[in-house]
Design a protein around this ligand. Structure first.
Ligand code: NAP
Ligand code: GDD
Length: 346
């Protein structure tokens, strides 16, 4: 019998990589999409099949994490073996603009799924994965973070993720649900949302190198992030649910660099020679051969509260799940740059 998976957030970066990974593993995959006035399925259009096709193994359903009824009805109808909750208002900066909405989706949405699983557990024991985040460590003083590091969240997004983390643990301990948390550090890909910093930098610098854009505006250049590849990370997500007991795992690369260093590496990849000048919000990057400013900082992109440095210790996942990251940051940058060039040439 084929395993059945249900993915909340299937239209997002991780949802699309996970759906493709599970289909390769011969799962039947159901995904939840939100109603939107414009198409929001571009990341999964390549695996879409007409549901009337008798060989169809990928199905989309309308639903929303703010809508308990749609969640309950979908889970009760599909009765999957595994549920992956990847849905969230996932942008940290935006969570300061829409804190109530962020909490409703990113915190309460998880509770709505878990409570459905509790109600349905006599019908079926469904495994549950919650997409936790390194943002939960926030302003931690620990230089490297693992499963035992105390959370110090710095945004409505991070606080919502901590609610989800603890409610997942609480339902596991109170009702004996198979419910696990991943604590994933930043992971990127060519399919990353356009407003996250890696994708924003790569897209802009490729366009600038081809003279299709003049400038890129950024915020804090000195925060450090531990960046991995989404394709590696969805394998870890799957392994977390295949482990014999529910548990919580940090997934990371164990290395971090600043945003400025990320920019430097992308410029190197594009053979763009730049130098930096100025300080704080006046810091800028100048292209050597033209002497033109191509990067400036803008207050708009600084956050009310910043997370200065994240670096993950994934030794528990390595030991127990036999997982480790396979794609290096430079390989990730190469893939993102090549994808962007192709998009522009199309
Ligand atoms: P993403 O690209 O922003 O995808 C988020 C998904 O959630 C999209 O499918 C989105 O639908 C859906 N969604 C948003 N609001 C919803 C709602 N009210 N009801 C139902 N679905 C909703 O995020 P991602 O990078 O793939 O990340 C996946 C998950 O991992 C998120 O929970 C994120 O917070 C978490 N996470 C990500 C990272 C990372 O570095 N990528 C690290 C740690 C944790 P639309 O397509 O319609 O917007
Ligand atoms: N987005 C953005 N845009 N970030 C910028 C910019 C800019 O113009 N300039 C500097 N930054 C800095 C941010 O201040 C932050 O320190 C860093 O770049 C990374 O920002 P994002 O790419 O937006 O990611 P994030 O680390 O805040 O959040 C992502 O990773 C989390 C895991 O740690 C998201 O994917 C979250 O959903 C995820 O949980």
């Amino acid at each position: 019998m084929k395993k059945i998976a249900l993915i909340f957030g299937v239209t997002g970066q991780d949802g699309s990589y996970l759906a493709k990974f599970l289909l390769k593993k011969k799962y039947i995959v159901h995904g939840v999409r939100r109603r939107s006035s414009s198409f929001n399925t571009k990341r999964i259009d390549d695996i879409y099949v007409d549901p009337t096709n008798k060989n169809a193994n990928f199905f989309l359903h309308y639903g929303d994490l703010t809508d308990s009824l749609s969640i309950f009805k979908l889970i009760e109808k599909i009765l999957p073996d595994e549920i992956y909750n990847l849905a969230a208002q996932s942008h940290v900066h935006v969570s300061f603009e829409v804190p109530e909405y962020t909490s409703n989706v990113t915190a309460l949405g998880t509770l709505r799924i878990l409570d459905t699983l509790k109600t349905l557990q006599k019908k079926k024991k469904i495994k549950f994965y919650q997409a936790g985040s390194s943002e939960m460590f926030g302003k931690t003083k620990n230089k490297i973070q693992n499963e035992k590091t105390i959370f110090y969240p710095a945004s409505p997004y991070a606080i919502s993720k901590i609610f989800s983390h603890w409610i997942t643990k609480n339902y596991r301990e109170s009702y004996n649900l198979f419910a696990s948390n991943g604590i994933l550090f930043n992971h990127e890909s060519p399919l990353r949302g356009e407003t996250f910093v890696t994708k924003k930098i790569v897209t802009a610098l490729v366009k600038i190198s081809l003279k299709k854009q003049k400038k890129l505006y950024l915020g804090n250049l000195y925060s450090k992030r531990d960046w991995g590849h989404a394709n590696d990370y969805v394998k870890a997500i799957w392994k977390i649910l295949q482990h014999k007991k529910p548990d919580d795992f940090v997934i990371a690369t164990g290395r971090n660099i600043t945003i400025k260093e990320f920019v430097n590496r992308v410029c190197k990849k594009l053979n763009m020679k730049i130098f930096w000048t100025g300080k704080g919000v006046n810091e800028r990057a100048i292209l050597k051969n033209t002497n033109k400013i191509i990067i400036e900082c803008n207050k708009k992109y600084f956050r009310p509260s910043e997370v200065p440095s994240l670096k993950g210790d994934y030794s528990k996942a390595k030991k127990i799940l036999k997982w480790k990251p396979l794609i290096s940051l430079n390989e990730l940058i190469t893939e993102m740059v090549e994808y962007e060039k192709q998009q522009i040439n199309q």
